[in-house]
Design a protein around this ligand. Structure first.
Ligand code: FES
Length: 439
């Protein structure tokens, strides 16, 4: 009984708090407490039982007649309290229904494209869909952290109401039209028409289980890309190219793994790696920077003989950013793969692109550098426009072995001319030694 109650409570707290960064930071400690506490309690219970077995149960001290009367009265008071609380709950429920009947509006009608359902006022549209078996996508589980439950609504403004702060933020982020709302947040006050806009998933639109798709984490994302791959492809036999790719993937993959990350995707001549699946964000960023150092060193060692064998130098670029991403499995049937999805992933990819134009091997967002605690060692940042971003993006710094560090700050404008501001720069090797110290 105790085990069931404790497990139930822990699961409830976990589900309620799992999106909080502070909770995730201490989740390992809390898990240890959740396991150790009931174990020690059970051990204490067993221990005292054994002690009684050896020493004999001490004689019971019976209460005096006055104490007995007081205990009986307390017991009755507690029973009465529970009975009254239960009655009050039932009365409140009956009162709500009675009030709804009295106001002649026991329920509201939601008109879906293929049917109309009647639900009590106060519930969300997503709850209405669930309770009537209507497939409705809700990837984040109704926390306004996605927009997959979005619906087009038609009806009097008074029946629809205004979006709350969280809903408004999500709607602005996806630039939803004025008649689109989040079903999990919308609690209609009267009859309206609703049209779910996302086709149901194969699982009927239920939230995916935790550990599958839908878990959010703060992660660091590293992209590595080979340079001049097309030229190499034109001159080399396919099996020679396969050898180059194999060795390149092995070099990058091993560096990522040794640093604590997960080499996640190998696409063409690009590698995407995720850091932070098991650690907090500062550690993830330090691990990612450590991986860039290993990759840089090992690719350099390989490149010494590469030009003699393949007729061109071995070049590559890296982009590193950090932020919140949905991590989990995406795909269809046997092609499902584990990956990370989010703005931070796209930005990391764009920073890798920028390493080509800035003649740098590594472009790091200032946010990632700050999280790793090395931003101060990297000099001032340069503004960098990240293609596809509407909002000002975090600052970025970049570095190349053969060039002093190029400092960049991303945002609406590009100041690539600042690349010449070498007086503010830090040599690559020095920056790397700083990273090595903190990792
Ligand atoms: S289910 Fe994610 S916002 Fe509604």
């Amino acid at each position: 009984m105790m085990l069931a109650a404790w497990t139930h409570g822990c699961l409830g707290l976990h589900c309620a708090l799992r999106a909080q960064p502070a909770y995730r930071r201490f989740s390992h400690l809390l898990l240890a407490i959740a396991v150790v506490l009931p174990l020690t309690a059970a051990m204490g219970f067993i221990s005292i039982g054994r002690e009684f077995q050896w020493t004999g149960v001490p004689p019971a001290v019976l209460p005096t007649p006055e104490q007995g009367k007081a205990l009986d009265a307390a017991e009755w008071n507690i029973k009465w309290f529970y009975a009254l609380a239960l009655l009050a709950l039932l009365a409140a429920r009956w009162g709500r229904n009675w009030f709804a009947r009295l106001s002649r509006q026991p329920s509201i009608a939601l008109h879906y494209p293929d049917r109309t359902v009647h639900v009590p006022r106060g519930g969300s549209v997503l709850e209405a869909s669930r309770s009537h078996g209507i497939a409705h996508v809700s990837i984040c589980g109704g926390r306004a952290r996605c927009s997959t439950c979005r619906v087009r609504v038609v009806g009097p403004a008074g029946n629809i109401g205004d979006p709350g702060r969280d809903e408004q933020r999500t709607l602005e982020r996806v630039r939803a039209p004025g008649d689109v709302r989040l079903a999990c947040q919308l609690r209609p006050h009267g009859n309206i028409e609703v049209t779910p806009l996302f086709a149901p998933l194969p699982n009927g639109g239920r939230p995916a289980p935790v550990g599958n798709f839908g878990r959010e984490r703060d992660v660091a994302i590293l992209f590595v890309d080979l340079r001049r791959w097309s030229g190499l492809s034109e001159r080399q036999w396919p099996f020679d190219l396969a050898y180059v790719l194999d060795r390149y993937f092995a070099t990058v993959g091993a560096a990522v793994r040794e640093s604590g990350g997960v080499p996640n995707q190998f696409i063409g001549d690009s590698v995407m790696a995720i850091f932070g699946l098991e650690t907090d964000l500062p550690t993830a960023c330090k691990q990612a920077l450590h991986a860039t150092e290993l990759i840089d060193r090992r690719m350099d060692a390989w490149s010494e003989g590469f030009e003699a064998q393949f007729g061109q130098r071995l070049g590559f670029g890296m982009g590193l950013h950090a932020g919140r991403a949905a991590v989990g499995e995406v795909g269809y049937l046997e092609t499902t793969t584990f990956t990370a999805i989010g703005e931070g992933v796209n930005t990391a990819s764009r920073l890798q692109d920028h390493s080509k134009t800035s003649a740098s091997r590594l472009v790091v967002s200032l946010f990632a550098a700050q999280q790793a605690g090395v931003a101060d060692t990297m000099g001032p940042a340069e503004t960098l426009a990240v293609r596809g971003r509407l909002r000002a993006s975090p600052s970025a710094v970049s570095a190349a072995r053969d060039h002093p560090c190029v400092i960049a700050q991303s945002g609406a404008q590009t100041h690539s001319a600042n690349h010449g501001a070498v007086s503010h720069c830090i040599p690559w090797q020095r920056r790397m030694s700083a990273v090595h110290t903190v990792s």
